[in-house]
Design a protein around this ligand. Structure first.
Ligand code: GUN
Ligand code: ZN
Length: 579
């Protein structure tokens, strides 16, 4: 791993492959996903101080090449350091001139010079001079440029800043894969590079494929930056795939052309007859925004553009927290046919299902044809194979659903199913599903075929007096499990956990922890990811798990917070919440 650097990154919440994370760099905290507005000291529109005060901005980006090439700027910033010069004590990322390389074909500085310059001015995050090969470039040339990029990456390995390591390879997924493997091994911040043109041309399905191949080939604990992605219409797709950082020069560049950004596309200010926004700028000026003197108009437009960009990030974070990011995507991606193609491509990404939580805080809503391939459907279909029932009903898009588990998430989102589970069977007039059959089938569904047999005939099942729903399962006088009201998942207590442990062989259902963590777990404290030695890869985030030591002695039960892949790769954050 590259130079030792003050760096922490941990997952707080998740949905699909999106994650809300805590990132710490040089003692400065940042919650991701996050937007880095680009500040150009040659063309100051909104000052860093305003970005912080008005937009709550904790991280921004500047271009070190522009600074290096302007003698006065260079000398001032070399003297004061970049934080003091910008009057900004948050995280400052700098880019290397790669964008200029892409736009103008060549630049006059070497990789080494640019790296050293970023070190000298005190960037928290810096870049090497990666070559952003354009989409559909001649492949031998894409490969040749990628080799130079990887060579330049090696020169940055010991940089004194957190390296924002560009992954290139044009639209060639095999080149992207090769680059991702090499960059992902060495760098903790990996950037999806060379995508500006794809964005500009609305090639969202290519974008989805490129981000996907990168995410599949780097460790999942790497921070991922979508380089040059500043338009909010692509934020939700990229965040759903696991991008954490975005940089926006777009808010300013669009403003200079009198373009008004919205989360579903761009408008020309002079063509607007109604303002679809109520940010402080739009509230203050209304349509008079169009009449402002040119300089002021550009500045106010830039502020509006920045407001909607930050707002979109917040909306997406809220959707991650509520676990309705799929529904949010369905809504956003209907704004443009190319976004919808991007969404369709996203639902084809099988790797996403491994990261997605098995149960969610919000109802499952079908929105359109693409919903049938959602991560939840992939995971549910696998688990349905575990359950045998003669009493099944076809429910699109899941297939045949046993009546006994119709209260379980996500089936409980379908009203028709809920009623069916509650009421008499339609064919045999008086048949009502006994509670014990429900519990047994949920056990099979949740833990594996045969788990239902662990529920003895003589258990007592108690319902909540208030909601009348199944809540507790007793054997003799002992509480062996509870049933969670929100999703009807079974929460096993130790007596049932012991039976599961005996019935299913190692490593099934297990999270194996390091000896050092045993005393903490026995006190009921959470298991941190770094103390997990092994984990059943078939588990999903939010599953109920058996916590065992390395000799497979059962210690406790708990709820898995992360997916197995995340538990293995992350060395920070909570992996299992212990009961
Ligand atoms: N800005 C926009 N795209 C890129 C890229 O691919 N690499 C770098 N370093 N900066 C960029
Ligand atoms: Zn506005």
């Amino acid at each position: 791993m590259a130079s030792e650097f003050l760096f922490e990154f941990e997952i707080k919440d998740k949905d699909i492959a999106a994650r809300i994370c805590k990132l710490k760099i040089n003692g400065k905290d940042l919650e991701t996903p996050s937007l880095m507005p680009v500040y150009n000291p040659n063309k100051p529109l909104i000052t860093p101080k305003e970005m912080k005060r008005e937009f709550g901005c904790e991280i921004l980006m500047a271009n070190s090449y522009i600074i290096l090439k302007n003698e006065e700027l260079r000398n001032n910033i070399l003297r004061d350091g970049i934080h003091k010069f910008m009057n900004f004590n948050g995280i400052i990322a700098t880019d290397s001139g790669s964008y200029q390389l892409m736009e103008y074909g060549n630049i006059t500085a070497t990789n080494k010079e640019i790296i050293e310059f970023q070190e000298k001015i005190g960037s928290d995050i810096g870049s090497f001079l990666d070559i952003p090969t354009l989409p559909n470039a001649y492949k031998p040339r894409a490969l040749e440029q990628l080799k130079i990029t990887l060579e330049r990456a090696r020169e940055a390995r010991n940089a004194k800043f957190l390296v924002n390591a560009g992954i290139q390879g044009s639209t060639y997924l095999d080149l992207r894969e090769m680059a991702a493997r090499e960059i992902g091994r060495e760098f903790r911040l990996c950037a999806v590079g060379g995508i500006v043109r794809l964005m500009e041309n609305y090639r969202f399905s290519d974008l989805v494929e490129i981000i996907s191949v990168i995410k599949r080939n780097i460790p999942i604990n790497r921070v991922v930056h979508a380089f040059g992605m500043g338009h909010p219409m692509a934020f939700s797709l990229s965040i759903a795939l696991g991008c954490d950082l975005f940089d926006s020069a777009a808010y300013a560049l669009y403003a200079e052309n009198f373009r008004y950004i919205t989360a579903s596309g761009t408008k020309r200010l002079d063509e607007l007859e109604y303002l679809p926004c109520s940010c402080p700028v739009c509230s203050k000026y209304g349509l008079e925004l169009k009449e402002l003197p040119e300089r002021e108009r550009v500045r106010e437009l830039a502020r509006h553009n920045l407001y909607v960009s930050f707002e979109e990030i917040n909306k997406i974070k809220e959707a991650i927290k509520e676990n309705n990011l799929w529904e949010f995507l369905g809504m956003r991606c209907r704004a443009h046919p190319e976004l919808l193609s991007g969404l369709k491509r996203l639902t084809e990404q099988k790797w996403l299902a491994d990261l997605d939580p098995i149960t969610k805080k919000s109802a499952f809503y079908l929105q359109g044809p693409e919903s049938k391939n959602r991560t939840e459907v992939v995971n549910v279909k696998k688990r349905l194979k575990r359950v045998y029932s003669e009493n099944r009903r076809e429910v699109a898009p899941f297939g045949k659903i046993p009546a006994e588990i119709s209260d379980v998430y996500p089936f409980n989102s379908f009203n028709s199913l809920r009623e069916w589970g509650k009421k008499k069977n339609e064919n045999k007039n008086e048949y009502k599903i006994p509670d014990i059959e429900k519990i047994r089938k949920i056990m099979d569904y949740q833990f594996g075929s045969g788990a239902g047999e662990l529920i003895a005939d003589n258990v007592r099942i108690k319902r909540s007096r208030k909601t009348k729903r199944i809540r507790w399962i007793y054997e003799e006088k002992e509480l062996i499990a509870s049933v969670r009201a929100s999703d009807h998942f079974i929460i096993p207590k130790m007596p049932l956990a012991e039976k599961l442990h005996k019935r299913f062989k190692y490593p099934k259902l297990r999270v194996v922890i390091h000896d050092d963590a045993i005393p903490f777990v026995l006190e009921g404290k959470s298991v941190f990811a770094k103390f997990v030695e092994e984990i059943d890869p078939k588990l999903r985030a939010r599953d109920e798990v058996l916590i065992v030591d390395k000799n497979d002695k059962l210690l406790r039960t708990g709820t898995l917070i992360l997916s197995p892949r995340e538990v293995v790769d992350f060395d920070r954050g909570i992996a299992v919440r212990v009961r």
